[in-house]
Design a protein around this ligand. Structure first.
Ligand code: DAL
Ligand code: ZN
Length: 292
C-alpha cells in the first residue's frame, strides 16, 4: 500500500512539473530567463553549434544533436530515489553494451544515453582529456542487491571513513570503541550504507541512465579524489551540453538522500540538463518531487 502510494505521488509530481514545463519551454535560440552560458571552446575549433533558450552549444567534434535532445521526455526524466522506488522488476527498454575503450569491464547503458555518452567522451578526448573510464553503468536489481549486502558486511567488520562521516567519532567511540567492539551492528551498518549506496530497487543505476566515471590514476578506487581530476573539471563545465547532470552534488545531500558523488552523472537529455545546470538544481528539485 505504502509502495503504491509513494509511486503514485512520484508520478503525480512528475506529471505536474512536465505540464508546467510544457507551458514555458521554447526550443530555439534566445528565448528564456536563464543566464547565458559562456563556457565555449575557441571559435576556430568549433565544428557544430546548436542553440536552446539562451544557451549556445559549441562543440569541437561533429556531435549529433539528435541524440542529445530528448524534448523533456518522461523516459529520460525517470526519477529513482529512496521515495521513488523502481522495484525488483524494472528494466530499461533498450540496453546496449558500451564501447570497450571507455569502460573498465563490459557494461550496458540505455541506448540513447549510451549514444550521448559516446559523443561526450569523444568531445572530452578532443579537449585533450583521455584518462577517463566508465566504471559502472546499468546495474540490475540483483547486482545492486549483491553490492548493498557486500557493503553492509564490510561496515560490520570495521569502522569505515563513511561510518565516521555519517555517525561521527563520538558516537562510534561511545557505542563501539569503549566496549572493544570491532565493527558496527546491523542497524548502524545499514544506516551508514544507505548514505552512499541505494537499497536494491531504488538505485538510479537500475534505470540504465547514469554512469560512474573513474580515472586510470585512481587505480580502481572510486572516491572524492575524482574531484581533483581534469575529467571532473571538464564534466562540471560541459556535461549538460551532452544531456548529463551531476546527480549527487555537494550541499544537496538532504535533497538527494546521498552523500556527495562527484563521479556519478545522469542522462536527462540536453534541455533538462541545461535547465538543471543553469538553475543549480537537483533532479528532485527540478521535478518538484522533494518531500517536505
Ligand atoms: N551510489 C548510488 C547512490 C547508488 O548506489 O545508486
Ligand atoms: Zn553511481
Amino acid at each position: 500500500m505504502l509502495f503504491l502510494k509513494k509511486n503514485v505521488r512520484c508520478f503525480v509530481a512528475l506529471l505536474a512539473v512536465l505540464l508546467c514545463l510544457g507551458g514555458c519551454i521554447h526550443l530555439g535560440p534566445k528565448e528564456t530567463t536563464t543566464d547565458p552560458i559562456t563556457t565555449q571552446p575557441p571559435l576556430e575549433d568549433v565544428k557544430a553549434e546548436h542553440y536552446y533558450k539562451d544557451a549556445t552549444y559549441a562543440y569541437v567534434t561533429d556531435v549529433d544533436e539528435g541524440v542529445l535532445m530528448t524534448g523533456l521526455s518522461k523516459t529520460y526524466l525517470l526519477l529513482a530515489n529512496k521515495s521513488c522506488v523502481l522495484g525488483a522488476d524494472y528494466e530499461p527498454q533498450e540496453l546496449v553494451t558500451l564501447p570497450a575503450k571507455w569502460t573498465t569491464y563490459s557494461m550496458k547503458l540505455e541506448a540513447r544515453a549510451a549514444d550521448a555518452l559516446t559523443e561526450m567522451l569523444e568531445e572530452m578526448a578532443a579537449a585533450g582529456i583521455r584518462d577517463t573510464y566508465v566504471t559502472s553503468a546499468y546495474r540490475s536489481y540483483k547486482r545492486q542487491q549483491e553490492l548493498f549486502e557486500g557493503y553492509r558486511e564490510k561496515e560490520m567488520q570495521g569502522f569505515s571513513t563513511e561510518a565516521y562521516d555519517f555517525l561521527g567519532y563520538e558516537y562510534i567511540y561511545n557505542q563501539y570503541l569503549v566496549n572493544g567492539k570491532k565493527g558496527l551492528n546491523a542497524t548502524d551498518a545499514e544506516r551508514v550504507v544507505l548514505s552512499y549506496s541505494a537499497a536494491p530497487g531504488t538505485s538510479e543505476h537500475q534505470t540504465g541512465l547514469c554512469v560512474d566515471f573513474i580515472t586510470a590514476e585512481m587505480a580502481g578506487i572510486l572516491d572524492v579524489r575524482f574531484e581533483q581530476s581534469d575529467v571532473f573539471a571538464w564534466l562540471k563545465e560541459n556535461a549538460y551540453k551532452f544531456g548529463f547532470v551531476l546527480r549527487y552534488p555537494k550541499g544537496k545531500e538532504t535533497t538527494t538522500g546521498y552523500s556527495y558523488e562527484p563521479w556519478h552523472y545522469r542522462f536527462v537529455g540536453r534541455e533538462a540538463a541545461t535547465d538543471i545546470y543553469c538553475a543549480n538544481l537537483t533532479l528532485e528539485e527540478y521535478l518538484g518531487a522533494v518531500e517536505q
